[in-house]
Design a protein around this ligand. Structure first.
Ligand SMILES: Nc1nc2c(ncn2[C@@H]2O[C@H](COP(=O)(O)OP(=O)(O)O)[C@@H](O)[C@H]2O)c(=O)[nH]1
Ligand SMILES: [Mg+2]
Ligand SMILES: [Zn+2]
Length: 310
């Protein structure tokens, strides 16, 4: 029998089995795990084979099917280790708020880069629109950001879990697909999930860091089937999105607004940092590439250098 992993809590996995029943299962000792250097060898979204063991009849996870794709980042807990957020995805819903809390473009661009490497489409969802005055400084910043990402071909939504702005559009985007919901703690992931399916009744308002200090508060990704078809994986509490498994030279090939320029640099192996006659850098100077995009790119290269130094 096959099944899909909906939640993992350490050594136990909630698996929605093909017979329609969810089961909490452990992994049989003989399973060969594909990803050795990850903190979670089995991820939410993994397809697994479940079988009944002869001794005692306990059902266990016996095998993991090869992944179609996955979203991976540096483990926030273990230096040098990698953490798979979720596997076998149709799209990423990247939840952004420019205030309460502020999502940095660096976070957005790291997430876009990682998704692009696996050709997973990303929809940018700007939440908490009810708090935003379009004529304020932040309101104008958001308009500029949205326009820039849209010009690169990304779909962009504006939502509010409070006044239901954009919830129907979000439902249309999520329907009949498997989405991974990514965003900082507090941007409204649980609230939007509740808006899509009120019967979920998820707890909102994460405990602030101040109160959870010293307490072991592990939060796990969890997959929720949607009543209108499809499912969403909530990946709670992402503070930073450290990219992994990139060579410096390939990064720019995943950056959509760099692509028209990367083949016109003097050097074929140009990293677009300080090489002479760099077409990417020229495009930044002329304003065709936004400076903040370029700065985020340079920081990603620095991250890769640092990771190598471990
Ligand atoms: N004003 C406003 N507040 C929101 C919205 N969405 C979520 N919130 C609030 O933001 C806080 C964090 O929301 P939550 O759903 O727990 O965020 P999560 O950590 O991403 O799951 C809660 O106090 C929510 O009530 C929104 O669209 N507008
Ligand atoms: Mg939440
Ligand atoms: Zn260059």
């Amino acid at each position: 029998m096959k099944g899909v992993v909906q939640r993992s809590t350490g050594s136990w996995y909630r698996v929605l089995c093909d017979d329609g029943l969810p089961r909490d299962l452990r992994v049989a000792g003989k399973v060969r795990l594909h990803e050795l250097n990850t903190t979670n060898p089995i991820a939410v979204g993994d397809e697994v084979t479940v079988s009944t063991r002869e001794n005692g009849g306990e059902k266990m996870i016996e095998d993991i099917s090869p992944r179609r794709n996955y979203i991976i980042r540096q483990s926030p807990k273990k230096r040098g280790a990698r953490h798979i957020l979720a596997a076998n995805l149709d799209q990423v819903l990247l939840l952004v708020t420019l205030a309460h809390p502020r999502t940095s473009t660096g976070f957005i661009d790291r997430c876009l880069l990682t998704s692009a490497a696996y050709h997973i489409p990303v929809v940018l969802v700007f939440n908490k629109q009810d708090l935003l005055d379009p004529d304020s400084k932040i309101g104008k910043q958001q308009q500029e950001l949205m326009a820039y990402y849209q010009s690169m071909g990304y779909d962009v939504l504006e939502t509010s879990a409070v006044d239901s702005t954009g919830i129907q559009a979000l439902e249309d985007v999520a329907k009949d697909t498997r989405s991974l919901l990514i965003g900082h703690s507090g941007v409204g992931k649980s609230s939007l999930l509740n808006a899509l399916d009120p019967s979920l009744d998820l707890r909102t308002k994460e405990i602030s860091k101040k109160y959870s200090k010293g307490v072991h508060t592990t939060t796990f990704a969890e997959m929720f089937p949607l009543p209108f078809g499809g499912d969403i994986i909530d990946a709670p509490g992402i503070k930073e999105f450290g990219v992994v498994d990139f060579e410096k030279g390939e990064v720019s090939t995943y950056i959509v607004d760099f692509l028209p320029y990367v083949d016109h640099c003097k050097f074929a192996n140009c990293l677009h940092v300080n090489e002479p006659n760099c077409a990417v850098y020229e495009a930044v100077r002329s304003g065709d590439i936004a400076e903040w995009r370029y700065i985020n790119y340079l920081r990603i290269l620095e991250d890769i250098d640092e990771a190598k130094a471990w």
